[in-house]
Design a protein around this ligand. Structure first.
Ligand code: TYM
Length: 297
C-alpha cells in the first residue's frame, strides 16, 4: 500500500532498470540513489524492464533470476515497496500495446539519431534486432503509460527522454481533441547528483557498463570488501597530484571520475572534495574512497 500522505505534489516519477548482469556504481549513483531520495516525496513507479532486456539475446532462466536479483538489489539500496510501486515490466501488457501505438507516431528519422543504438549495434547494424532499434519507443511507452512528469536517470538516457517528449507532443497534435491538447504531459529528465555519468575505472573515456569485458572496469553492487580494495587500487589515475580546481581536473578523465564518485557518495560538490585533497597524491585519496565504498556497498 503506497503511503499517499507523503506525496504532496502533482509530480509523478517513472524510471526503469534492465535486469541484465550485475548492477554497478553507475546504476547506483546515476539512478537508484536518486530514486531512494525522491520516493518519499513524489509518487514513484520503478520498473525492472525485462522487455527491454530481450532486445539482445537472453537465456530465459537466467533472465528470470536476474529479474529477482535486480529487484532485491534496488530494495537493498533503499527502495521501499511501501513508498514506491516496484514491478516487472512484462507483467503489465499495456507497455507493449502503447509501444505499438507509438511506433505508428515515431519517425524513423528520430530513431536514426539515437546514439545508444549506434554504440550498441556497432558495425553489425544490419544484424541488430528491430527491438533494439525501436527500444526508445518502448521506453517512451513506459513513461507515458503512467503519465509520468519526471524521469530520474543517468546522463546516458537523456536523449531517449527527449524522444519520449517528441512522441508525446506528436501524439497530442495528431490525436488529442482541443480540450485535451496536453493529453500526455512532456516528461522532464531528472539528472541528479555529482556522478551522472560514471566512467570505467580502466578508461575514463568509456562509460562504466555491465557489458565491459573487464570486471576491473566497474564496482558491482555485489562486490565484497576485497574486490573493492583491489579494484580501487588498480583504478587508473595519473602521475600528478590532485589539482586545486575543477578546470584543471577536467582534462584528467580518470582522476575526475574518481573525484565525482567520491562527491556522489558524500553528497559534496567536486570542488569541496578538491579543497580537501588538492596537492596530495592519489594514494591517500584512494584509501578514503575505498573506505566509503566498503561502508556504503
Ligand atoms: P539501464 O538498465 O542501462 O540503467 C539503469 C539506470 O542506470 C543509469 N546508468 C548510469 N548512470 C551513470 N553512469 C553510468 N555509467 C550509468 N550506467 C547506467 C542509467 O542512466 C539508468 O538511469 N533504457 C533504460 C531503462 C529504461 C527506462 C525506462 C529508464 C527502460 N524504460 C523508462 C527510464 C524511464 C536502461 O537501459 O537503463
Amino acid at each position: 500500500m503506497i503511503n499517499s500522505r507523503l506525496k504532496q505534489s502533482n509530480k509523478r516519477i517513472f524510471s526503469g532498470i534492465q535486469p541484465t548482469g550485475n548492477l554497478h556504481l553507475g546504476n547506483y549513483l546515476g539512478a537508484i540513489k536518486n530514486w531512494v531520495n525522491l520516493q518519499g516525496d513524489i509518487f514513484s513507479i520503478f520498473s525492472i524492464v525485462d522487455l527491454h532486456a530481450i532486445t539482445v539475446p537472453q537465456e530465459p532462466s537466467q533472465l528470470k533470476s536476474s529479474t529477482h536479483e535486480v529487484t532485491a538489489a534496488i530494495i537493498a539500496s533503499g527502495i521501499d515497496p511501501k513508498s514506491a510501486i516496484v514491478f516487472n515490466q512484462s507483467s503489465v501488457k499495456e507497455h507493449a500495446e502503447l509501444a505499438w501505438i507509438f511506433n505508428c507516431v515515431c519517425r524513423i528519422g528520430w530513431l536514426n539519431r539515437m546514439t545508444q543504438f549506434k554504440e550498441k549495434a556497432g558495425k553489425n547494424r544490419e544484424k541488430a534486432t528491430v527491438g533494439l532499434y525501436g527500444y526508445p519507443v518502448l521506453m517512451a511507452a513506459d513513461i507515458l503509460l503512467y503519465k509520468a512528469t519526471h524521469v530520474p536517470v543517468g546522463d546516458d538516457q537523456k536523449q531517449h527522454i527527449e524522444l519520449a517528449r517528441d512522441i508525446a507532443s506528436s501524439f497530442n497534435n495528431m490525436f488529442a481533441h482541443d480540450d485535451q491538447k496536453d493529453f500526455f504531459s512532456l516528461p522532464e529528465p531528472q539528472i541528479l547528483g555529482q556522478a551522472t555519468r560514471v566512467m570505467s575505472l580502466r578508461d575514463g573515456t568509456k562509460k562504466m557498463s555491465k557489458s565491459d569485458f573487464s570486471d576491473f572496469s566497474r564496482i558491482n553492487l555485489t562486490d565484497n570488501k576485497d574486490d573493492i580494495v583491489k579494484k580501487i587500487k588498480k583504478a587508473k589515475t595519473d602521475a600528478f597530484p590532485i589539482p586545486e580546481s575543477e578546470t584543471e581536473l577536467s582534462s584528467r578523465l580518470e582522476a575526475q571520475n574518481l573525484i565525482n564518485i567520491y562527491a556522489g557518495f558524500e553528497e559534496k560538490s567536486p570542488q569541496v572534495v578538491l579543497d580537501e585533497y588538492s596537492g596530495k597524491g592519489f594514494a591517500d585519496f584512494k584509501k578514503d574512497l575505498t573506505e566509503i565504498l566498503i561502508e556504503k556497498i
